[in-house]
Design a protein. Structure first.
Length: 296
């Protein structure tokens, strides 16, 4: 569990798991590993026929890198049994020496989920299922001999946990609605919003909901980390607004998000242009300047 102490800002890449782009995915993962980035996040949409299975891809990239941390951004809970997912996370965390985190979501695109045999849940039940899954995952990461979790959607009946992860991977929630934000505050280690649906004005109110829920649960709100998926374009010079402009615009935007919204991690998703060139601009022009500006 995060402890609320001051942390250095982390930077990473959001990679699209296109099955016909494996060579480029490995190139970008290798680049992140050597360019000083800390994170690689991969979205999890098993019903997308052109996508790799996210956990298989994370494993493949993890074993060919040596320092970057990898995580699903975010794992699709309705199509992933939480007890098995916990074991997968722990296994890869051990294999990599502690370089795995768990981003977790309640689910979306319910018709596609149902088409693959998953449940079709309303918002209330999806949040309830996620809360139960968090309890299951934490129990499976414990050093108890046998664990029980009684839930409506997810249960453990004397299951034997193990192996224990190399480090505490933590659970980061891709939370948007009020119930999900409250769950983040009282049960998660971090929040993982995306700029596409969570602009700065949304972050202000959402942070308050998370903080209020944490306080009600007797948790220190600052212990809950904030990682932000930032999608946009680093241009040659034209400034089109938030996360759409030259490096100077990006530097100002990210520094402002860290200062005003307590964002302590940025995961970059290039939207236009050559992704390799965009990522190089991010890693070589934006990241060092932001690090320098936010270092106390």
């Amino acid at each position: 569990m995060a402890d609320g102490t001051a942390r250095e800002v982390e930077f990473g890449l959001f990679l699209i798991p296109q099955a016909d782009d494996y060579a480029q995915l490995t190139e970008l993962a290798d680049y992140a590993d050597t360019a000083g980035l800390e994170l690689i996040g991969i979205q999890d949409h098993p019903y997308q026929r052109r996508f790799f299975d996210t956990w298989t891809l994370l494993t493949a990239l993890a074993v060919r890198t040596s320092r970057v941390t990898l995580f699903p951004d975010v794992a699709n809970l309705p199509l992933r049994n939480p007890a098995v997912l916990a074991k997968s996370v722990a296994s890869l965390d051990i294999i990599t020496g502690g370089r795995v985190r768990l981003g977790l979501g309640a689910g979306a695109f319910w018709e596609a989920i149902a088409a693959m045999g998953g449940p079709r849940l309303d918002n209330r039940d999806a949040v309830l299922a996620l809360g139960e899954a968090i309890a299951v995952i934490r129990a499976m990461w414990s050093d108890e001999r046998a664990v029980r979790v009684r839930g409506r959607f997810h249960t453990l009946e004397g299951a034997h946990p193990g192996p224990t992860p190399k480090h505490d991977p933590g659970i980061w929630l891709g939370a948007k609605g009020p119930r999900m934000l409250a769950l983040t505050g009282y049960a998660a280690d971090g929040w993982l919003p995306s700029s596409g649906w969570a602009p700065p004005e949304f972050l202000t109110e959402a942070n308050k909901r998370i903080d209020d829920a944490a306080a009600r649960a007797d948790r220190e709100p600052s212990a809950i980390r904030r990682l932000y998926n930032v999608s946009g374009t680093i241009t040659d010079g034209d400034d089109r607004g938030f996360l759409e402009g030259p490096p100077a615009r990006w530097i100002d935007d990210l520094v402002g998000l860290h200062r005003d919204q307590r964002i302590d991690g940025f995961v970059f998703w290039p939207m236009e242009g050559d992704p390799v060139e965009q990522i190089r601009r991010y890693a070589e022009l934006v990241v060092p300047a932001v690090r320098a500006a936010v270092t106390v």
